[in-house]
Design a protein around this ligand. Sequence first.
Ligand SMILES: NC(=O)c1ccc[n+]([C@@H]2O[C@H](COP(=O)([O-])OP(=O)(O)OC[C@H]3O[C@@H](n4cnc5c(N)ncnc54)[C@H](OP(=O)(O)O)[C@@H]3O)[C@@H](O)[C@H]2O)c1
Length: 349
Amino acid sequence: MNTRYTLKNGYSFSRIINGGWQLSEGHALKSTIEKQDVLKAFHELVSRGFTTFDCADIYTGVEEFYGVFLKEHLAAGGKREDIQFHTKYVPDRSVLAELKPKDVREAVHRSLRKLGVEQVDMIQFHWWEYDIPGYLEALHELQKLKEEGKISQVSLTNFDTPRTREIVESGISISTMQAQYSLLDRRVENAMQAYCEEQDIALLCYGTLAGGFLTDRWLGQPDPADWDNRSLVKYRIIIDDFGGWEAFQELLNILKEMSGRYGCRIANISTAYILQKEAVGGAIIGTRSSRHVDANGQTLALKLEREDVTKIDSFLARHPGPKGEPFELERAEDGPHIKVMLRNLNEKS
Ligand SMILES: NC(=O)c1ccc[n+]([C@@H]2O[C@H](COP(=O)([O-])OP(=O)(O)OC[C@H]3O[C@@H](n4cnc5c(N)ncnc54)[C@H](OP(=O)(O)O)[C@@H]3O)[C@@H](O)[C@H]2O)c1
C-alpha cells in the first residue's frame, strides 16, 4: 500500500495520520503523557514518512505542542513543507447562533499562531447543530481564508451526506471528510462513501482502532468497569451500538486467527481493512507514545486476501452496527453519546 495519498488538486498526506486528541488536556483519565517520548515518536514517524498530524482547536494544548515539535524539526534542519498539520475549527455549541465571519477569521489566526505557521495545511470544519443556521456562512469565510493563502485545504468533519451535498452545491470546494469508520462503525457506507467517491472527497477515518479496543489488548478481557482515557469511553458506546461485548469478542477472535496467519497484530488488520476501502484517503491513529511507531509500517505492508475480507464481511453482515448517517447518533439529545461529549471546549482556551 502507498505511504501517501494524493488528492486530485495535488495535495498529499500520509495514509496513516498521527492523531492528537490523545495528547489533549483531559483526555487521559488515569495515566500521564510523557511529552519527551511523544516528541521522539513524532521525529521517528516523520523520518519514516508519517508526516501528517491531526488536531483541533478544541484539543487543549495540542496545537501548541505541535508548534514545539515543528520548532524542533526546523532546528534539526527539517523543512516546514515536510509536515502537514490538519487542524479543526469547532465553534462552541454556545456561540453557533451568534457566529460572525470575524469569529471564523480569529479562530483560524489563533490556530496559525499556536502551530507557529503562516499557512495551515488543512482546516476541518465541525458544526454541532444543524438546526442552528450559519455553517454555510462560516465555510464561505474559510474559503476566503484559503484564497488569501492562510489555509491550504478546506475540509469537513462529522457532517452527514445531505449537508455535505448542500455545502458542495453552494460552491465550496471540500477536500476531505473526517468521519468515524471502523469494523465496529460502518455508517459512512450508507451514503457518505459513495458521495465522497463521486466528488473526489477523500475520507479521513478515525476510530479504526476504536481507541485501542480493536487490538490484542482487549482479546478475552472482561467488559471494563472503568476507563483509562476518553477514547475508551467514547468507543465503549459504539461497542454497544455494534451488538455488545460478546459480539465484539467474537470479532476479535476472528481477527486474532487471521493475524496469526499474516504474522501481524489485530491492530494492523483493523486499520488495513479500512484503508483498503473505496474513497478512503487515510486512517487517523491516536499517538500518545513511541510504543506503536513500528506498527504503522506493518499496517501499510499488509494486503488482506480476498477470502479474509469476505470472512470479516460475512461476520459484519450479522452485526451491521450503528445505523444512520455519520455522527447522527452522536447528535441525538436523548442518546448516550452526547452525554460524554464536551461541546463548549473553546470557552476554556
Ligand atoms: N473528528 C472527530 O470527531 C474525532 C473523534 C475522535 C478522534 N479523532 C481523531 O482521530 C484520532 C484517533 O483517536 P481515537 O480516539 O479514534 O483513537 P484510536 O486511534 O482508535 O486509538 C488510539 C489508541 O490505540 C492504541 N494503539 C495505537 N496504535 C496501536 C497499535 N498499533 N497496537 C495497539 N494499540 C494501538 C493506543 O493506546 P495506548 O496509548 O494505550 O497504547 C492509542 O492511544 C484522534 O487523535 C483525533 O485526531 C477525531
